[in-house]
Design a protein around this ligand. Structure first.
Ligand SMILES: *Cc1c(COP(=O)(O)O)cnc(C)c1O
Length: 457
């Protein structure tokens, strides 16, 4: 039976605003719809099982072999093995280093992609699946406050049948981010908006709702697409295969914002990977550790501005998927329709809030002690692991995830360690490139006129 995808909101009571979506759809449909019509998130109705021997056989093999295993388990009914292999080879043409800190405590660096953020892993594979599975030209619109936009833009660069338009707030992104967004080019155009991130998002929303644009096959490629979860299962399996002895258990520490990355680990465990505990440290946005401790969920709005800025999330979108996996239901506004099994969650998950002070102190301590450089997100992961080990005692095999390259956070690193991190090649190449952003005002009509003049139908 092929895997089908259902909505996390399928069990909510119908209201004037929202009618639960009770059907199940194919992966291709879920991928191209992005979100269910009832604003729920798509979930697979079955989780494929890993063959333990197949996992152990990945030891010493390139990352792409782990990727093929996982992609095949989820998608073999809808995409041919040959196509899947090609997508994997094109998506993962960079290294995934594992750095030993002490004993068998490791840092997995997920910053080797073209935009030096772990979001490249998911965006590159999802983009290629969309290019394969769409049957007419796709026009993708993205509003970004920085890193997601460049990962998406870079992932779709040169892909057939797709045009990408990225809106960013001119005065709210860093110089590096602006350069990353402006210089992609070809089928990816950045619009530099004289306004705030919320204005960008509002204009994109309005375009999706605009009947006059219905012929343009607009799509969002947004962060809640299940197409971005499958690629985020792979590196847990890869890490386990490289590091574990036969069937021993492993601990992962995942710096968490919208919980998509951690969700990949939760699926890996449910597929049979021997994950003893999934640590989900957060920054000052502590709604989730608070929920685990008290059973009471309260969103944080507006979210708190912390150093690890890609994790400044006061109501994680993928929490709906965690709730669903543990038998609960929560909607987009953070209203709990049914409580999940909290004792099961506490058994498998662990979460703690790491302050900015601790984040900086961790960057400094791990650099001084081991000569290892972390940026704020990776430091939250490492510090979360340390706090966990203090609570439970030692665990033999642990991996903390570093999700961005330190060179993307030179000020924080300078402050903590007194040095300036070396940029990876991908970021160094940027200085040679010329940007071609189109400047627009916060004005929907101007935006719409840009779209109708430039987008193919
Ligand atoms: C997006 C992001 C995160 C958070 O990942 P989620 O899947 O949203 O939990 C962590 N670190 C970096 C660098 C990111 O860009």
């Amino acid at each position: 039976m092929p895997i089908e995808y259902y909505s996390t909101n399928r069990n909510i009571l119908a209201s004037a605003r929202r009618k639960p979506f009770t059907k199940a759809v194919s992966f291709a449909t879920a991928l191209l719809m992005g979100q269910a019509p009832d604003e729920g998130l798509f979930m697979p109705n079955a989780i494929p099982r890993l063959d333990q021997n197949a996992v152990l056989a990945l030891k010493g093999l390139p990352y792409s072999e782990s990727a093929k295993l996982v992609a095949n388990l989820f998608l073999a009914d809808e995409i041919t093995v040959k196509q899947l292999e090609r997508v994997v080879e094109e998506s993962y043409n960079f290294a995934v280093p594992m750095e030993r800190v002490y004993d068998r405590k490791y840092i997995m660096r997920l910053d080797g992609g073209p935009t030096a953020s772990f979001k490249d892993f998911a965006a590159r594979m999802m983009a290629r699946w969309m290019s394969l599975l769409n049957d007419r030209h796709l026009n993708i619109l993205v509003a970004t406050s920085g890193d997601t936009g460049s990962a998406i833009g870079s992932a779709f660069h040169h892909l057939e049948g797709i045009t990408v338009t990225i809106l960013y707030p001119r005065d709210e992104v860093s110089e590096l981010q602006q350069k990353q967004l402006d210089t992609i080019g070809d089928n990816v155009q950045a619009l530099s908006v004289d306004g705030k991130f919320d204005d960008c998002q509002q204009m994109v929303k309005q375009a999706f709702a605009d009947e006059n644009l219905a012929d343009y096959n607009l799509n969002s490629a947004n962060s809640i697409n299940f197409g971005r979860i499958i690629p985020q299962i792979i590196y847990y399996i890869y890490a386990y295969a490289q590091l574990a002895n036969s069937t021993e258990k492993i601990i992962f520490s995942v710096p968490s914002g919208n919980f998509g990355n951690a969700l990949g680990c939760e699926y890996a465990r449910r597929m049979g990977l021997p994950v003893k505990r999934l640590l989900m440290p957060v920054n000052g946005n502590d709604e989730f550790p608070h929920f685990l401790a008290t059973g009471h969920y309260q969103i944080i709005s507006p979210s708190r501005a912390c150093l690890s800025n890609a994790m400044n999330v006061g109501n994680p979108s993928n929490l709906a998927r965690f709730f669903d996996l543990y038998g609960g239901t929560i909607d987009r506004e953070g209203f709990v329709h049914r409580q999940p099994d909290i004792s099961a969650m506490r058994k498998n998950l662990f979460s703690v809030s790491i302050s900015d002070e601790k984040t900086v102190a961790t960057i400094k301590a791990i650099y001084d002690k081991y000569g290892i450089l972390l940026e704020p997100h990776g430091a939250v992961a490492w510090c979360g692991l340390e706090e966990y080990l203090q609570v439970v005692g030692d665990e033999p095999l642990c991996v903390a995830l570093e999700t961005a390259h330190p060179a993307k956070f030179p000020e924080a690193i300078k402050k903590a360690c007194g040095i300036t991190p070396t940029s990876p090649q991908a970021l160094r190449d940027l200085s040679q490139k010329q940007g071609v952003a189109v400047r627009i005002a916060t004005d929907y009509e101007e935006f719409k006129s840009y779209l109708t003049r430039n987008l193919p139908k």
